[in-house]
Write a protein of this length. Structure first.
Length: 286
């Protein structure tokens, strides 16, 4: 897997890695299992999923987990290595949680070692009251680098609409991008919005490379699946990937509920890897 992290582009098409976006849809009913998340059948369905409750009554999840909105839409996004894409989208205001996995192909039961014709992807659950799907498209194009040609199908940039409205917005965004650089035409728009979640060991990979932050969150959550689905873990991963400005911690620290040493780790990583200037356009369109 290519672990390179994008740097700030000079233009909306000047990113440093190649990825893939899908579209938003609303879902309802029980939370799908972590190894299989498929496209919702109704664009108007509502998501009521929340992280599973702690097994210990004395255990309190992070504040932002307890107050996370439940009226959510979902978008499938991908731009190459899903670990960094998860961080890039998780850093956006209005994103509640992220899940890495596979989309865009027809091969059954894709897995990391046997992807077939699928691409690495990220499912983004977000609050439509705070974030528009067009803002996710803005972030996609801020990351897309037209000078790079994916070496493998797994890194193919894709747009995977989940409903007719999303398909229209995806086509319009690609047309605008092609007008700036015809190489944006290589971004495929795929009609099948299915998404299959990757194994838990791939979820929140950047987060789990920092033991102090991971331990602080795990102390407040019941298991690995809850960590993978945690809104606080999603935002922390955004900081650790360098996609959220460290000055934002002044506002975020109470919501994250992390101890001082873990917050220091987030701040240092954001400063060291900072690529937040790449997302000014996306941030302004939320």
């Amino acid at each position: 897997m290519d672990r390179r992290r994008p740097s700030a582009p000079a233009s909306p098409l000047g990113g440093r890695s190649a990825f893939f976006v899908g579209a938003a849809t609303r879902s309802s009913g029980p939370e799908p299992p972590p190894d299989r998340i498929a496209k919702s059948t109704s664009p108007s369905a509502r998501s009521t999923s929340t992280p599973p409750p702690p097994t210990d009554a004395a255990m309190q999840p992070p504040p932002m987990d307890r107050t996370a909105p439940t009226d959510l839409e979902a978008a499938v996004v991908a731009l190459g290595c899903f670990w960094n894409v998860e961080a890039a989208f998780g850093a956006l205001d209005g994103v509640v949680r992220t899940t890495v996995g596979y989309a865009g192909g027809q091969a059954p039961d894709p897995a990391y070692a046997t992807l077939g014709d699928h691409a690495e992807a990220v499912r983004v659950e977000y609050a439509p009251a705070r974030l528009r799907y067009t803002a996710l498209l803005d972030r996609f194009w801020s990351l897309f680098d037209p000078t790079l040609t994916p070496a493998k199908r797994r890194y193919q940039p894709l747009l995977v609409p989940q409903n007719a409205e999303q398909a229209e917005q995806a086509r319009a965004s690609r047309a605008d991008a092609v007008a700036q650089d015809e190489r944006a035409e290589r971004v495929e728009i795929v009609g099948d919005g299915n998404f299959c979640a990757a194994a838990l060991r791939h979820q929140k990979h950047l987060l789990r490379r920092h033991d102090d932050v991971t331990a602080a969150l795990q102390a407040r959550l019941p298991d690995a699946r809850a960590l993978a689905r945690s809104p606080a873990a999603t935002l922390a991963t955004g900081y650790l990937g360098g996609h959220r400005h460290p000055s934002r911690l002044a506002d975020d620290q109470d919501r994250l509920g992390l101890p001082a040493d873990a917050l220091s780790t987030l701040r240092a990583a954001a400063r060291r890897h900072g690529s937040w200037n790449a997302f000014v356009q996306a941030g302004r369109s939320t």
